[in-house]
Design a protein around this ligand. Sequence first.
Ligand code: MG
Length: 177
Amino acid sequence: MEPKIIVFTDVGDTIIDEGTEVREVSEGVVYHAKCIPGAKETMLELHRRGYTIAMVADGLVESFHNILGENGLLHIFSTEVISEALHSQKPAQDMFQTAMDRLGLTDADKRRVLMVGNNIERDVVGANRFGIRSVLLDWSPRYRYQPHNPEEIPEFRIHRPEELIELVESINKTINE
Ligand SMILES: [Mg+2]
């Protein structure tokens, strides 16, 4: 099946386990961190199958380069939209619009864009307002997953990163029909 789904992904507690982050000062640059079990394999497999993957993440550019680099994942991203560089932060719509623009996508493409993240207020609300498809990964014990209002309700909810592969493949089939 030809890959038509575009995956926008958060990083902290979506790919990287925030509980393993090593900083020299709190709120500072992250020097080391480990992936959530299965997350690295999942992202590499989506990349191998030809899906376009964009990073849409809040944090410091240097942190993401450090921790995704050390985990061998930097090369899978077609573009990196990082809050520090954009002077913006999810759920702000320019974070998502910038990723769309850089990938040459228009509003007509929004139905084939998935935003994967662990944060209801940033990832789910941001994606829902922007009109792309929201996927909540509820693996992390550090976040709230109960929606407080309709725009906090994700279109899809998964618990383990590996579940993303089957979800992407199944949505991809409906897009191709
Ligand atoms: Mg996160």
